[in-house]
Design a protein around this ligand. Structure first.
Ligand code: GCB
Length: 614
């Protein structure tokens, strides 16, 4: 799905800002049709933001169910004859969108965009009442899954098997935009190299929609970063060659632009025609980078050269705004990634905002792009206090879960397929992978991801309980991605035993599958300011020592293709006896102050670049 933009044929109005906000504690809003009138509420809420931590009110924070947002919107008066679209970059987790009293969109899935053509519901120059009902419930039919309990008094509580707080609300921007009736609906760009590798190839495919779309000629132009035209083609699909191409590389995010133009057809009046050419009916500019990605043996290759991932599993997580997108926080996080020498990150455990993906493209940061499929694992029952005994079956991960999982894979790839920064699709984090149902569940999902995008490696992240002796699905994937907590959850405080166990396991994976191994999580909870002379878990020294121990092992195992520390920064979680004000495995605190480990990582990833780049 294309990100909305303004341009010669399109206009875009941001609908971010303050909305009237009402918590539907009696679950009455839909029945009473709150969309029909101004919301009866004194509260206001910012978009984008999670609503949970904004008010000094535990009832808002812990609410399970619907909350409602509302605002009056004016449609620009110049939009007569245009197609008018309302677009939500993400609403977590479920949404019903009303324009005045009409339901115009429904969406389930908290981290991917959706939109509604509202042309028939609004008038240019007029106003409408936008009402959005937002639901934060997680069930076995949602990704991620969860469960809801209700006590005799009707009080509802929610549990889930993932280790981050279930922030909810309108987390990313809302846009109102116009397009011509005949418009560019989708673009797919796949790049490669020709000949001696100095010529870039750009395979493109364009989907044009709207009445009579197929009779309109399509033209594409490729512009380099300076805006100079370097190639053109005609038709809805084709290939453009770029001689002397500048590659998109890790650390050097060179971007080209593909300007796609839908032209007036022969029978149309040439009124808008530029001198000497057909009128442009619609135009959309898609950025892209020219690069290849490939797995060969135990090497992960970008542009044919071995790439070693350094960086973090991250979270979209900040004080007050929760998972709401914020440009200043985003730039700060990227600046810290650069300071520490990280070349990559994983969007643990859900697709991040489109602004983050664009930024990674521009700055050459490599991304492992993950779906929100986290917590598909009954083995965590003890940890999170849920009751499920087996994962795959009617009561937990069942056909409904699989349908939701297919949808999140489809929506992730549809949104992010043109980002050069994305080099691996991670279709799940730590699912149960040793139970009998695991292979039957994952085989079709891996196939789906490959079918939707044959150009990128596909993986999933394996959990510590399902090592090489038990796991039944990793051979279905291109890379081995492991989360390992030797020295923390096992061999706690004993780095000598941890080192031996880690090395033995990595060698066993290599012997079994012979694919690149990326350590997607390793780390230790650490209380900033707690110091110790001894191997004491929670101390800053222990975190740094544990990471160093992992690094010694990585440097001895040839199949290692990357290291992502868990986590970039401390983050909020649900309540539990294992968590003190959230998860403290950050190299930075939640307000982004460095712990001792951050300096140790910086030394390894900047001064020692030669070692991990292998
Ligand atoms: C994991 C999970 C991650 C947790 C982490 C931890 O394996 O993938 O979501 O936060 O462990 O700290 O326990």
């Amino acid at each position: 799905m294309l990100k909305p933009q303004d341009g010669p044929t399109r206009e875009l109005v941001s609908l971010d800002g303050l909305y009237a906000f009402r918590v539907d504690s009696g679950n009455a809003g839909l029945r009473e049709r709150w969309q029909d009138a101004p919301l009866a509420t004194p509260l206001e809420m910012a978009v984008p933001a999670s609503y949970n931590d904004v008010f000094a009110d535990p009832a808002v924070r812990g609410h399970v169910g619907w909350v409602w947002y509302q605002r009056d919107i004016r449609v620009p008066r110049g939009w007569a004859g245009e197609r008018i679209v309302l677009r939500f970059a993400s609403v977590t987790h479920g949404a019903k969108v009303f324009v005045d009293s009409a339901l115009v969109a429904e969406h389930q899935g908290g981290y991917t965009p959706f939109e509604a053509d509202i042309t028939g519901h609004v008038a240019p120059g007029g106003t409408f009442r936008l009402t959005v009902a937002v639901n934060n419930e997680l069930t076995q039919a949602t990704i991620p899954p969860g469960s809801i309990a209700e006590d005799a008094s009707g009080r509802r509580t929610q549990t889930y098997m993932h280790d981050f707080y279930n922030y909810a609300g309108i987390h990313r921007s809302i846009a109102l935009y116009s397009t011509p009736v005949v418009h560019v609906e989708d673009i797919t760009v796949v790049t490669g190299f020709d000949g001696d590798g100095t010529t870039g190839t750009v395979d493109y495919a364009v989907l044009v929609a709207g009445e009579g779309a197929d009779i309109h000629p399509v033209r594409v132009r490729v512009l380099d970063a300076e805006g100079t035209e370097v190639g053109t083609a005609e038709g809805i699909s084709g290939t453009v060659a770029i001689p002397g191409v500048v590659r998109w590389q890790p650390g050097k995010g060179y971007l080209y632009r593909l300007v796609v133009e839908v032209l007036a057809h022969d029978g149309e009046s040439p009124a808008g025609a530029a001198a000497g050419g057909a009128a442009v009916v619609d135009s959309y500019t898609q950025t892209f980078g020219v690069r290849t990605v490939e797995v060969r043996g135990t090497d992960f290759l970008i542009n044919g050269e071995p790439f070693y991932f350094t960086g973090f599993g991250m979270h979209e997580d900040h004080a007050t705004i929760g998972k709401g997108h914020s440009g200043a926080h985003m730039v700060n996080d990227f600046s810290l990634l650069e300071w520490i020498g990280a070349n990559s990150f994983r969007t643990s455990h859900y697709p991040y905002s489109e602004e983050i993906m664009d930024y990674a493209d521009r700055h050459g940061i490599v991304v492992i792009d993950e779906t929100p499929a986290v917590g598909l694992n009954a083995d965590f029952a003890g940890f999170f206090g849920t009751g499920a005994k087996t994962t795959y079956g009617p009561d937990f991960v069942n056909g409904e879960t699989a349908a939701a999982h297919r949808q999140v894979i489809e929506e992730l790839i549809a949104r992010d397929k043109n980002h050069p920064s994305v080099v691996i699709w991670s279709i799940a984090n730590e699912p149960q992978s040793s139970e009998e149902g695991a292979r039957g569940y994952f085989e079709p999902l891996a196939a789906l991801a490959r079918e939707l995008d044959p150009t990128r490696p596909v993986g999933f992240v394996n959990v510590m309980f399902d090592g090489p002796d038990k796991d039944t699905i990793t051979d279905l994937f291109d890379v081995i991605m492991l989360n390992r907590y030797y020295g923390w959850y096992v061999n706690t405080g004993d780095l000598v035993a941890a080192e031996a166990a880690l090395e033995a396991e990595l060698r066993a994976w290599d012997a079994k599958l012979g694919k690149p191994i990326i350590m997607t999580e390793y780390g230790a909870d650490t209380l900033a300011g707690f110091h110790s002379l001894y191997d004491q878990p929670w101390s800053e020294e222990y975190q740094a020592d544990l990471l160093e121990m992992f690094h010694r092992v990585f440097d001895r195992v040839d199949a290692m293709a990357g290291e992502h520390v868990w986590n970039f920064a401390d983050f909020a979680t649900s309540n539990g006896i294992m968590r003190v004000d959230g998860n403290k495995k950050g190299a930075f605190t939640r307000d982004r102050r460095p712990k001792a480990a951050a300096f140790a990582l910086r030394r390894r990833w900047t001064q020692n670049k030669a070692t991990p780049q292998g």
